[in-house]
Design a protein. Sequence first.
Length: 481
Amino acid sequence: MAHPHCEVEIIVRRFHEHLWLRIVVLVVLVGMATLPSSWAAAATPDSRACATAVEGHAVASAANGGARSCPAMQMRIGHSSHLLTGPWRFHVGDDMRWAAPGLDDARWETVDLTPAPGAHDSDVGLTDYVPGWRARGHGGYSGYAWYRLRIVVDVPADTPVALLAPAYVEDAYQVFWNGTLVGGIGDFAGKPPVIYSTRPQVLRLPPMAAGIHRAVIAVRVWMRPGLSRDPDAGGIHIPPTLGASGAIHAQYQLQWLQTIEGYALEVAEPLGFVLLAMLAWYFRKAIAPGRFAHWLCAALLLTAAYRLNQAAYYWTPCESFPLYYALYSALPPLGLAAWLMAWRHWYGLERWRWLTRAIGIVTLLSVVLVLTLRDATYAMVSPLWRVPLAVVLLATAVAGLRRPQPDRLLAFAVVLAVAASQFPAELSAVGVRGIWFPFGVGVSRTQYAYAAIIVGLAVLLARRIRRALADDGGAWERGAE
């Protein structure tokens, strides 16, 4: 798939039209540059599939793969970039000799990585998405796998060439150019490799003089076992791109724009939670008696930390997957407990002390189990206590709704939004849609719920504060001092 010069101009123009995103991209890229470099169609074994997958770009093989080897993908660089759709050779397992350009890969499977028109991933909205190896005959497989592609490149004079790394890989990868490691994401020094999030990056290639060049690109992939995965999981989901340096950097900027747009709400909504926590703490004497403000601030800050963890992991190379997953797993049970306690104090139901102890025990148990059990096992057993906690939250809201309190309907609506944000798996299990893509950017059901919480809670607190100021004439402020 080629992107001619006019398409590059469109990409660059789109980038320049988003001034605020350009600023964010610049900050992210400058920050990354200052960090250590160490951070830095179904498969078929029939080689006849190779002849139809290149759409007229197939030529004789340049490596020693024999007559049955996949033909090379031919391209002329010019001012364009080429999505390396293949056909690729694919093999599960791991052997460092598979990086060698002269390897005979004739018996490997062939994989066409051509994306369907308008295809994007199911989370952020990254374009050029293709299904992984589990949808190509390797369902349930996790571990190492290799992709290999032979290319023939016609490089014009004075045209530097660059390789845009695959923008979405599960979960870590290394890229080899003619047997030489040119980059990747993940630490492969140990067994198993340490995973970091896949982010856009440009890989430097050996200098190429004008003329015809033959090369073999090999991609070594590792997918971590033990996690719940989509049916199309595994390996490369967005193929690499080869082309002129200017076109590659334009594509690189566009991928960063898509990545930042996809997680922008993970920063904006936590900021709203933090501001609400500051408001609630400063006016804690006016909002409600008891410890409602304490628990509300804890719930808001824990939820903000959980969402910010998403952006920190996917935007930066600072956080490894083990740390990300520990925070991703432990923060939601703690946040749910804080929300439960906050609404109990809001409605004046503190006298149920046994329920407080039960919430504490269940929360401690859930944190321990989510950090020790495999993901699939925890998903099976967690409804045993998560469903009762959902019942407790809704029962608390119903009990409060029956009391003649001001703004009880608004408070009830906020509790429902909290429930929608805290029980996403349960809502998905009953068929509630989990994500939408307005303007091509993924916005999840939970993010809509968070927006409703921010707006509803801001109005609720503001009305309570205004009434306290009118009734007490500032006495609450003297008490706070």
